[in-house]
Write a protein that binds this ligand. Structure first.
Ligand SMILES: *[C@@H]1O[C@H](CO)[C@@H](O)[C@H](O)[C@H]1NC(C)=O
Ligand SMILES: *[C@@H]1O[C@H](CO)[C@@H](O)[C@H](O)[C@H]1NC(C)=O
Ligand SMILES: *[C@@H]1O[C@H](CO)[C@@H](O)[C@H](O)[C@H]1NC(C)=O
Length: 474
């Protein structure tokens, strides 16, 4: 990786005096935009098909993800961790790094933790020429144009956020007793996902918001990637995530409806930087986050688990089998909330219970099996000739009584030429894709979060949601 050496030759600039932050700034509001790279045919069916396939890939990744950082007495200076398969229907934010600030776009991802950007004028992205992205034209961060860029050394505790607490394994070639560790950089990170990867070096940079600067923010400077046309802002629970590094007490967003088009609309992502005590936001229902009790897979500790217990489908209660409803001693099971998954995923035993109930209540309508096969959805109905469709109501019921009543657009989508077929926009595996029984049993995707205010209350370890017509702020 010759490109990595370009960074190593950057001159290390001395610490600069950092601007003071505005003490009155308690919240930071960013624009959140849907990323819907139009498929070449640009029709709805192909966009949905692409989204079903990427939702399954994403689910497989989240369910099998492994971090090797915590258990690597590795002899190599490269330590692997994994990041998600790029999602088709995600959301992005702009962040400013450096002095003077350089603005870049990032995928908002609550399922991973590192924040990284395409970096240097030599950024190489292979297999990036999909959809409407020009791989030679990907905006990158240029460290040499920033006076606040510093390369992270191997002894820096922030290097340990990504590479674990064992200094010897981070500092190859350095003997702490000889005290020559200070000139050795933190190892190259390689984040692997599905077929591709991204690799680079960790930097300390200023993360700039209007009137508020976060100094010494750990960020990945990626030099080489596959299928990563923009950076990723990790909002997971790891120490390297944006919320953890900024000490956020909460963050919240309102996801605009998926139109699967390129309309430039956006809504807000709000970051809360100061304590709000245990105050709840009015109009929101809350359920507590639960911890995964198992250390067996450190990757799972980065996820936001919630205690989803049952569904109400047209008034009929469908219970999630107990062994799947919360993470067990083996680390498997439970439900996570993920901004980077499009369609909610349910393991087969849960999905079958849900699907059977919808089938019972929509028994007068024929299944559209041809559309199911072609689209990747598992449950589609043909409503030809019926202009008023009696969709059963869907409610998520959490432990403690909180209920999430979904608008019908969040779980049924009209598919097909005349709009005469509607498919349940919830996925499972086991048909074309082999079933994965490890990891979270359910992944609450962004399609089912549309037109809700979603709040991650980190200070009080709870998940809040409230029905809301998300307005474009564009
Ligand atoms: C690091 O510092 C030590 C002691 O100061 C020196 O002997 C060594 O050559 C340096 N290594 C590099 C790679 O600069
Ligand atoms: C669908 O529409 C047809 C014609 O309007 C009607 O006869 C039929 O009862 C409807 N089916 C259902 C299940 O509502
Ligand atoms: C909040 O929960 C109550 C029942 O506890 C329910 O009636 C209400 O619809 C829920 N709000 C949302 C946004 O789902």
């Amino acid at each position: 990786m010759a490109y990595l050496h370009i960074l190593l030759t950057l001159s290390l600039l001395s610490l600069i005096t950092l601007s003071s932050s505005n003490p009155n700034t308690n919240t930071i509001t960013l624009s959140l935009s849907p990323i819907f790279t139009k498929s070449p045919s640009s029709d709805l069916f192909h966009s949905l098909k692409k989204a079903t396939s990427s939702s399954l890939k994403r689910a497989h990744h989240l369910k099998t993800r492994k971090l090797s950082k915590k258990n690597s007495p590795s002899s190599s200076s490269t330590i692997n961790t994994q990041v998600f398969a790029k999602s088709y229907g995600g959301y992005s934010i702009n962040l400013n790094f450096g002095t003077p600030p350089q603005t870049l776009s990032f995928v908002l991802d609550t399922g991973s933790s590192l924040v990284w950007f395409p970096c240097t004028s030599h950024y190489l992205c292979s297999n990036c020429n999909f959809a409407n992205i020009n791989p030679t034209n990907i905006p990158t961060f240029i460290p040499s144009k920033s006076s606040s860029t510093r390369i992270i050394g191997c002894t820096n505790k922030k290097c340990g956020y990504v590479f674990g607490s064992n200094i010897e394994s981070r500092c190859q070639g350095c003997n702490p007793q000889f005290q020559n560790c200070n000139n050795i950089t933190c190892p190259t990170y390689i984040l692997e996902y599905g077929l591709g990867s991204t690799a680079g070096l960790l930097l300390s940079e200023n993360l700039d918001f209007p009137g508020y600067i976060v100094p010494d923010f750990l960020v990945g400077c990626s030099i080489f990637s596959t299928e990563q046309p923009s950076g990723i802002a990790g909002f997971g629970r790891g120490a390297e995530s944006l919320p953890a590094q900024m000490g956020l007490t909460k963050f919240s967003y309102c996801l605009l409806s998926h139109n699967f088009d390129d309309t430039p609309v956006n809504s807000n992502l709000v970051l809360q930087t100061t304590s709000t005590g245990d105050g709840k936001t009015s109009g929101l229902n809350y359920t507590t986050f639960v911890q995964n009790p198992s250390m067996s897979n450190p990757a799972f500790l980065e996820y936001y688990y919630v205690n989803l217990r049952s569904f109400l489908i047209g008034g009929t209660r469908v219970k999630i089998p107990f062994y799947l409803s919360s993470p067990g001693m083996d680390g498997n099971g439970g439900t996570i909330v993920d901004s980077g998954t499009t369609f909610t995923f349910m393991e087969r035993p849960i999905f079958d219970l849900v699907a059977r109930q919808f089938e019972l209540q929509l028994a007068n309508f024929p299944r559209a099996t041809d559309i199911e096969a072609a689209s990747g959805f598992n449950l589609c109905f043909d409503f030809t000739g019926n202009n008023s469709i009696p969709f059963p109501e869907l409610v998520f019921q959490f432990k403690g009584g909180a209920e999430m009543v979904l608008p019908v657009d969040d779980y049924f989508s009209l598919v097909g030429d005349g709009g005469n077929v509607a498919c349940l926009t919830i996925m499972t595996d086991g048909n074309s894709v082999p079933a994965t029984n490890t990891g979270p049993a359910m992944i609450l995707g962004n399609y089912q979060q549309q037109n809700f205010i979603i709040e991650f209350d980190l200070e009080n370890e709870r998940f809040g949601f409230g029905a809301h017509i998300c307005q474009s702020n564009a």
